[in-house]
Design a protein around this ligand. Structure first.
Ligand code: NAP
Ligand code: GDD
Length: 348
């Protein structure tokens, strides 16, 4: 049985990757941050009783700021594969927390690479490493972007990820480690964090539909993105680590839409006129924006045999149907006089 260790297992991608690997018969270990409230919502459905002898999912406390613990967990688990998905992943937040973002997304990657190098060298057992790179690294480089496009990062988040990208390449070249960078374009899902554009829109539009909310405040409607579904993208991560040679790959749908088009489609799905509800709020603008991302994933298609199965309309259908259900539950509670508090973070 293969063993995998995932940082960021509680995030959107971590949850889908865990499902994929468990389905393939892996034993899956994840690093979780200690929090004062439960932060395992996205993987709770995969929880197994610790007394179950058949258990194949294990959680370990740790943090990408803490190299010592990363090494201890790695030594204990001795995985064949490590997926480094943990990050402060919000671009706008990175302008407010640049140092923290650099520490976790940049140096955090170095910390786990060092642990991998050390454990592999001392045990002689290969540990394959996946780094969660991002299309944000292309930043100001015009589309379409491929593996050969230059990085021109436009945020502290993107700059930290560029550092992590090159450290991952360096550990491959300097120490012969099997390390891969996935350069993934935006991917969303029913589990997407509620402060990212797509989920913010599907949550708000479905609440508007059920009379729970009237307005939606958004920032730049002209930005363009290449949006896929996370379920498809975690498969590409796994495929990278199954190849004979380590390499870097762009993962994208190749289709680009503006934020305005996304909003129109979601409201249209619900028979709503978006212009009656959406207000542009300059608070949501970023100091420097990435105007247009559209990936050329030819290499992943040819070498990995990967291609996305879920297009934008299906992505929207899944997200809206999921969020309609949540809004309906909220509507029922409200109708019975229960006040439902919306979280402040949803306004970020
Ligand atoms: P996400 O939902 O924000 O999940 C991030 C994960 O990282 C969470 O499990 C989070 O834990 C964990 N984390 C945050 N700070 C940490 C720290 N200091 N130490 C250890 N873990 C920490 O992000 P995602 O959408 O799944 O993305 C996964 C990875 O892919 C990220 O590295 C992201 O930057 C990258 N990426 C994402 C996309 C995309 O469109 N989704 C595209 C390209 C690249 P908590 O649950 O405790 O917060
Ligand atoms: N979050 C957010 N909130 N974005 C908004 C809003 C708003 O109210 N209004 C407009 N936007 C625009 C942003 O300015 C950006 O151009 C676009 O919508 C998408 O924003 P996000 O969904 O926050 O994603 P992102 O593209 O900045 O970053 C995501 O994708 C990257 C891959 O390209 C994150 O998942 C990153 O972690 C990931 O690396």
């Amino acid at each position: 049985m293969k063993r995998a260790l995932i940082t960021g297992i509680t995030g959107q991608d971590g949850s889908y990757l865990t499902e994929l690997l468990l389905g393939k018969g892996y034993e899956v270990h994840g690093i979780v941050r200690r929090a004062s409230v439960f932060n395992t919502d996205r993987i709770d459905h995969l929880y197994q009783d610790p007394h179950d002898p058949e258990r194949r999912m294990f959680l370990h406390y740790g943090d990408l700021s803490d190299g010592g613990t990363l090494r201890t967990v790695l030594q204990k688990v001795m995985p064949e594969e490590v997926y480094n998905l943990g990050a402060q992943s919000h671009v706008k937040v990175s302008f407010g927390q640049p140092e923290y973002t650099g520490d976790i997304d940049g140096l955090g990657t170095l910390r786990i690479l060092e642990a991998v190098r050390d454990v592999q060298e001392s045990t002689g057992r290969e540990i394959r490493f996946y780094q969660a790179g991002t299309s944000e690294m292309f930043g100001a480089t015009p589309p379409p972007q491929s593996e050969s496009s230059p990085f021109r990062p436009r945020s502290p988040y993107a700059a930290a990820k560029v550092y992590a990208h090159w450290m991952t390449v360096n550990y491959r070249e300097a120490y012969g480690l099997f390390t891969c960078n996935g350069i993934l374009f935006n991917h969303e899902s029913e589990r997407r964090g509620e402060t990212f554009l797509t989920r913010k829109v599907t949550r708000a539009a479905t609440r508007i539909k059920l009379g729970l909310q009237e307005k939606l405040y958004l920032g730049n409607l002209d930005a363009k993105r290449d949006w896929g579904h996370a379920e498809d993208y975690v498969e590409a991560m796994w495929l990278m680590l199954q190849q004979d040679e380590p390499d870097d790959y762009v993962v994208a749908t190749g289709r680009m839409y503006s934020v305005r088009e996304f909003v129109e489609r979601v409201f249209g799905y619900l028979d709503l006129d978006w212009e009656r509800h959406v207000i542009v709020d300059p608070y949501q603008f970023r100091p420097t924006e990435v105007d247009a991302l559209q990936g050329d994933a030819s290499k992943a298609r040819t070498k990995l045999g990967w291609q996305p199965k879920i297009d934008l309309d299906e992505l929207i259908r899944r997200m809206v149907e999921n969020d309609l259900e949540l809004a309906a539950q909220e509507r029922t509670l409200t109708d019975y006089g229960h006040a439902v508090l919306r979280r402040g973070a949803a306004s970020i």
